[in-house]
Design a protein. Structure first.
Ligand SMILES: Nc1nc2c(ncn2[C@@H]2O[C@H](COP(=O)(O)OP(=O)(O)OP(=O)(O)O)[C@@H](O)[C@H]2O)c(=O)[nH]1
Length: 208
């Protein structure tokens, strides 16, 4: 995956969504991927997004990556952002077992309820592997869950950047291999018929 030089010219716009419990590191993963940096972040209020241009398999892509708040009080608001997503990254913290348990209790159910695209690609990501001594969810458990729910799977660290780029790249490659997600009329349309652009005001959601 290469960063694209031209910001104007792209073959496909892809909508990706990050979900998972509060504090698992969704915003940190996004910052690590888009800015190569790691810093202390405040909990997300509602929804945020970042744009990144990359080239994957010779295709120029404009990624609109939506970062949802994990806190329950924002759940009604964040559910509307599943619409039209071609890829969903479900994040848990390998050092906090309840964030893994909540994948089946909450997040897989949310995907079933709110995803509009039946072929949407799901990726399970176990974050914070730099804290190996605090680990409470084994890699095998992650693999088993991903197999059961038909997700791609990787463990990563937003802090050290281990596997961060790979998470996005694997997801994007799978999307590019799925023609229905790129068809005209879906959100992954070619730029000339893309009408609905995320704006700053979309991202600054108000509290409930
Ligand atoms: N050690 C370590 N800490 C991390 C990592 N990723 C995130 N953190 C820390 O975990 C805490 C929560 O990170 P966030 O990125 O704000 O979590 P979030 O999932 O976006 O949380 P919400 O916005 O509330 O949903 C912060 O203190 C981060 O610095 C990581 O890979 N390793």
């Amino acid at each position: 995956m290469e960063a694209s030089s031209s910001q104007q010219d792209f073959d496909y716009l892809l909508k990706l969504l990050l979900i998972g419990d509060s504090g698992v590191g969704k915003s940190s993963l996004l910052l690590s991927f888009t800015s190569n940096s790691f810093e202390e972040l405040s909990p997300t209020i509602g929804v945020d997004f970042k744009i990144k241009h990359v080239t994957v398999s010779g295709k120029k892509l404009k990624l609109a990556i939506w970062d949802t708040a994990g806190q329950e009080r924002f759940r009604t608001l964040t559910s509307s952002y599943y619409r039209g997503a071609q890829g969903i990254i479900m994040v848990y913290d390998v050092t906090r077992r309840e964030t893994f348990t909540n994948l089946s209790e909450i997040w897989a159910k949310e995907i079933d309820l709110y995803t509009t695209n039946p072929d949407c690609i799901k990726m399970l990501v176990g974050n914070k592997v730099d804290k190996e001594t605090d680990r409470s969810v084994s890699k095998k458990e992650g693999i088993d869950f991903a197999r059961q729910y038909g997700c791609l799977f990787l463990e990563c660290s937003a802090k050290t950047r281990v596997n961060v780029e790979q998470c996005f790249e694997e997801l994007i490659l799978k999307i590019l291999e799925t023609p229905s997600l790129l068809a005209e009329g879906s959100v992954g349309v070619k730029k000339n018929i893309f009408k609905q652009k995320p704006t700053e005001s979309d991202a600054t959601s108000s509290c409930c």
